[in-house]
Design a protein around this ligand. Structure first.
Ligand code: MN
Length: 227
């Protein structure tokens, strides 16, 4: 069998210390997963049910450059820990969830905040604010088999050397195993799925020329230039 048109390539992300790459299937992103960020966005940080939106596999970009996207005057950084799955399923119990994790990476959930805000006001979906081209810069993946699982430790973003976002992974309202379990009740998770685990407080605008450095304790710093 041959395809009638050219098939798009599988997105493959680099793995630290390996010649192999990680093929991406789906990208799930949690909203408001650190209390201080929920408050800064005008929401109650109480533990209500989590909510997720999706980006596209080819929005993930390991290149280290972020082209300022069109149609926005207010593009924000959100520093996040990315979780890569090596297997999946449905109805995964919390205490078995980490068995499905392949590894972790530093990432950014770049957001056209003005477009997202306008969609929110209208009660419409957010894709144009979130799932645009190269909207998720992502650093090399560190296999859990080498570094263990990340449940605490500093998560930080500097812009041109100034600290803009700072938190601790232990401040997540919904922990990584809980997110995996919750998602698996609604979707069939599978190898290649990626979860962006939410951002601590301090989100703000970027400008062309900015140098963003994502620093998650346990991973090497990952630099992204806004171009
Ligand atoms: Mn986010």
């Amino acid at each position: 069998m041959t395809y009638a048109i050219e098939a798009s390539l599988t997105v493959a992300l680099p793995i630290h210390g390996s010649d192999e790459t990680f093929p991406v299937r789906r990208v799930y992103c949690i909203g408001r997963n650190y209390a201080a960020h929920a408050i800064e966005m005008g929401h109650d940080p109480d533990r209500e049910d989590p909510f997720f939106f999706q980006k596209n596999a080819d929005n993930l970009d390991p290149s280290g450059t972020f082209p300022y996207p069109p149609k926005s005057e207010d593009v924000h950084h959100e520093v996040e820990l990315a979780v890569m799955l090596k297997s999946g399923g449905t109805n995964i119990p919390v205490d078995a969830a980490l068995d499905h994790v392949f590894g972790y990476a530093a990432s950014l959930d770049m957001t056209r905040r003005d477009l997202q805000g306008a969609q929110k006001k209208l009660g419409r979906p957010w894709e144009i604010g979130k799932a645009f081209e190269r909207s998720a810069p992502v650093g090399p993946i560190y296999p859990a088999g080498e570094i263990g699982h990340l449940s605490e430790g500093a998560i930080k973003l500097t812009v041109n050397g100034d600290i803009r976002q700072e938190g601790d992974l232990n401040q997540m309202i919904w922990k990584v195993p809980e997110m995996i379990s919750y998602l698996s009740d609604y979707f069939e998770l599978a190898a290649g799925d990626v979860i962006l685990s939410g951002t601590p407080a301090g989100v703000g605008p970027v400008a062309r020329g900015d140098e963003l450095v994502v620093d998650v304790e346990g991973l090497a710093p990952f630099s992204v230039e806004v171009v």
